[in-house]
Design a protein around this ligand. Structure first.
Ligand SMILES: Nc1ncnc2c1ncn2[C@@H]1O[C@H](COP(=O)(O)OP(=O)(O)OP(=O)(O)O)[C@@H](O)[C@H]1O
Ligand SMILES: [Mg+2]
Length: 369
């Protein structure tokens, strides 16, 4: 008879989509698997030894989590909570979780096993798919309009130049100049609306390189008035990407942050403005409907007033702007570039903390949904 293959159980547990937490008899975290690290955005190293209650209990939850956990520890009766709220990075997440006792064979060292299933993930995926479709329709519409605007502009410009020449009178030159300047402005706008016509040219990119380029551009632009903090994970692998397009994405997002800071100086009475650039590995992330085992994440975070609430949901749509002089194209173009890279941009914003997270999958690490 064939021998049974040996299974590396640690590997198995780390590849499960269910988040798993092991808790010791003092209700401190003993172990969490990769899904759990991703769910709570915390590493095993940082989490172990911490009271589990810090992760599992949202401040406004009326359920007595501590007592329920102690009860299972004592009585070995398992329990399940549905649609419980946990708070991760200021954001409420809804999970179903089951707590049961793990029999370790040692009577005085019972462990609790907590299995968590986020229910928002499914919601988020369908919301994302909807969003991508709507975004594509909106972009096509915009491109169509931009194209139609651009078509007659060449003719108007040429005719105005002819007119200026045949009039040959400085009295009218002022008016023909206005027409030409406005036509040029409109053409530039239409070009931005059309977006880049070039397909990305992919190469191996260490994302810290474009990020540093953007940082130095911002330092120059802001004359060091905004503190820039770097928190890089230098062990990140290279990704296949178009370097120049990545710079454009990072720049569009950073410039928005700088504008939000400089145009709302009254917000900074008690704290100084700052921009944080952070890089991380993100495990198990669904991007455009594909579950990736790992992706590179770049956070661009500012402590400005936040995105106005009325445009928060639609901020990636073209022509959505909260600024008097904004065209509302920066984020739409950035999201488009990231989609071409099989990546995405996510955004969370409350006054004092706005984070744009860029995700780029590792090419070799795709797994089916
Ligand atoms: N970090 C941020 N803090 C506050 N508001 C932001 C931030 N980033 C974006 N926004 C809001 O989102 C809107 C849309 O941004 P987007 O870059 O798409 O367009 P825009 O900046 O208005 O115009 P442009 O086409 O010149 O970039 C902004 O007008 C602003 O109101
Ligand atoms: Mg912008």
């Amino acid at each position: 008879m064939d021998q049974q293959p040996t299974i590396d159980y640690r590997l198995l547990v780390d590849n499960m989509t269910t988040a798993i937490l092991l808790v010791d008899s003092n209700l401190n975290i003993f172990y969490l698997n990769s899904s759990c690290e991703a769910l709570f955005d915390i590493s095993l190293l940082r989490a172990s030894g911490q009271p589990v209650i810090n992760l599992l209990h949202a401040p406004n939850d009326t359920f007595n989590t501590h007592e329920a956990l102690l009860n299972t520890l004592k009585s070995s009766q398992h329990y399940t909570r549905r649609e419980a709220t946990i708070n991760v990075n200021f954001k409420d997440i809804h999970v179903d979780y089951t707590v049961s006792q793990l029999n370790t064979g040692k009577p005085y060292h019972p462990l609790l096993l907590i299995e968590l299933n986020p229910i928002d993930r499914m919601l988020k995926i369908s919301k994302e798919e909807n969003f991508i479709q709507q975004h594509q329709v909106a972009r096509q519409l915009i491109r169509g309009v931009a194209h139609e605007i651009k078509n007659p502009l060449g003719g108007i410009r040429g005719a105005t130049q002819l007119l200026a020449r045949s009039l040959n009178d400085p009295k009218y030159a002022e008016f023909t100049d206005i027409i030409i300047n406005e036509v040029d402005r409109l053409r530039n706008l239409a070009d931005t609306m059309l977006g880049s016509r070039q397909l990305p040219s992919y190469e191996d990119v260490n994302i810290h390189e474009p990020l540093e380029r953007v940082r130095s551009l911002i330092v120059n632009q802001t004359k060091k008035k905004i503190k820039i903090i770097r928190d890089y994970d230098l062990s990140l692998p290279d990704v296949k990407a178009d370097r120049d397009q990545l710079i454009q994405v990072m720049l569009n997002i950073s410039v928005n942050a700088i504008q939000a800071i400089t145009e709302n100086k009254e917000f900074f009475v008690e704290h100084e403005p700052q921009l944080m650039l952070r890089t991380r590995i993100q495990r198990l992330v669904t991007i455009n409907g594909v579950l990736n085992r790992s992706a590179v994440r770049i956070d661009i975070e500012d402590n400005g007033p936040g995105i106005p609430e009325d445009i928060l949901e639609s901020v990636f749509y073209p022509l959505v702007t909260g600024r008097a002089k904004g065209t509302g194209l920066g984020l739409s173009i950035a999201q488009n570039i990231m989609h071409q890279h099989n990546g995405m941009i996510e955004c969370q914003s409350i006054p004092g903390k706005t984070v744009f997270s860029l995700y780029l999958p590792w090419e070799s690490d795709h797994v089916a949904k």
